[in-house]
Design a protein around this ligand. Sequence first.
Ligand code: BDP
Length: 726
Amino acid sequence: EDGYDLWLRYQELPAEWRSANAKSLRSLVAPQNPSPTLAAARDELSRGLRGLLGEEVRLNEKAGRGALLIGTPASSPLIAGLDLPLGDLGNEGYVIRSVEIGGRAATAIAANSDIGVLYGTFHFLRLLQTRQPLVDLAIESRPSVQLRLLNHWDNLDGSVERGYAGQSLWDWWKLPDYRDPRYTDYARANASLGINGTVLNNVNTNANSLTPGYIAKTAALAEVFRPYGIRVYLSARFSAPVEIGSLETADPRDPAVRDWWKAKVDEIYKAIPDFGGFLVKANSEGQPGPQDYGRSHAEGANMLAEALRPHGGAVMWRAFVYSDVNPEDRAKQAYSEFQPLDGQFADNVLLQVKNGPIDFQPREPFHPLFGAMPSTPLMMEFQITKEYLGFATHLVYVGPLYEEVLDADTCQPSLLVGAAAGRDRPQIEANGRSYNNEESSCGNGATVARVIDGSLHNYSRTGVAGVANIGRDRNWSGSIFNQANWYVFGRLAWNPDLGAQEIAEEWLKMTFTADKQFVDAAAEMMMRSREAAVDYMTPLGLAHLMGTDHHYGPAPWVSELPQPEWNPVYYHRADKNGIGFDRTAEGSDAVAQYAPPVAGRFGSRAKIPEEYLLWFHHLPWDYTTSSGRILWEELVHRYDRGVGEVEAMQATWAELKPFVDPERFAETDSFLRIQQREARWWRDASIAYFREVSGCKLPAGVRPPEHSLEHYRSISFPRSLGQPGG
Ligand code: BDP
């Protein structure tokens, strides 16, 4: 049990379940001469059922009693004869139904397309793995979001930016000739979640990924992934025409540059007919972009869109802009640059926006662009890898973080709201954001999830991306519990309305055991883990206090880096009078980037949810918080609470030992020990620092930091990762 099998372990089910359900699983009826995708579905079922039932399931051509049928109306006359309700399921949806064929009870997994059948197959196996009864099945499912993508930040030299699970999975040296069987397992795992695309290379990209040699390597991966419905995409370097094309400029207005991209894209599609498109990081952290030539992001994106359009490809243009010109408030930059461009992007461009306005912090308010660009499809970028959440070892389940963002009410005027209020789209656009009735646009379902699934503004394209946590480690993700973050990302990408808790339970049942005692305790531990990390790292809306460069461990004292916003002191702004970043109208006025009701809430000390307090407000140390404690005491209280939660997780895990195999038990046990030590490090170092800066005394009964502030300042990270600042 080294974790390689992820949630697709297919362990034998208890005899009780098998005897109750065996009558529904007597034989498997799959289409004759199946496509590679249908063959993958059939093989996955055979493999899964063999494991789960402990015996081989017969493969039949005819549907007898208790048959399990898979297929599309086109590939299976039996399915065609069932007249299933496939009309609304689109190209990727499926049904799983208890049916009758010639008076015999059977089960059908059917879809309009082969990939829908594969998705349905994985859903069916999940029913078994989570021990659902197989009676009266009437399941229909289709994804809410079109592009459900992993973003790998993998470099061509095999290293992975912000990756903590070993080297890149892509063995560029051996590709295209050698196709590691792991690539197929990677595709299976993704297809089991409905992930349908993967960007193979880092957004801080190397133009060589677009050279013929690498296109051939990418094509080999695309071939492996194709049966599993996974398209490949590449991060494109904006200056590629200069670097690998020997042009003198990459100016999007230059016809030679446009022709270069067209020819390059044609070349890619020749090798990869279903290539997905480009992801672009431009004019951010030193990456080249259209602004180098005085052109806008829209002009840059549209040039690539023009080249991709004839082939059906898309451009995902990132809104994470972080320039070297010192911003007044870094949190405002993306909105300031992109919101005015609404309506200027070509129809095959999506703007890919991080969940929060800064950078994947343990907690950020939702990004103000969500809901603010009605004419531009915005897609979500979540981070699955735990760059700011303790890398591989800390147990932090990010489901609650994703859920919190997706559920956030943007309070933006919308088509959803508009329809109810009798408005149509032109009026809304004309209205812009000039809502003056304080709360009128809140509570109408204008959540971030509705932005992402396109329903809020009728986006023609929709997408969700997750920065992958996958590497060559045997367990794929650096730890067993990190697998849950890959899992929850995929499940929420398919359906943003699922709950983090139900997904955690599902994952636990499939990954460990469905024993209720285990699942209840472990799910609770997972659900509390993210808040624990917020508490021991950056409570009360603080952010970016991690050691600069590597982003691991506390360094709130760092102040001497050349750009102000590289320094943690820029973010917390603590001195003897108070702490926090004033983003109200008296400060940077970042609140004004939100819809008025949200701005009103965030901008008010009285109304702001306390978890965002210091993100938006600079407050005196003796400010009274909702607990009745003064701010300083509340901060200390939360650091302590975070450490306490990690200790509680340790205790829970120890109790769960009887349910877990020794290898996976031991890994989590040691990792929790690391986390406990480091939660204390965070707590002690932060309290030592803020105590000195504020001049406040430790509240009575509070344990003093173990070491002096000097000690904590002198700890250097064990390895230098050579990453850019930020
Ligand atoms: C930051 C990372 C950096 C990435 C950047 C990005 O620290 O390594 O290149 O985001 O998203 O979180 O482009």
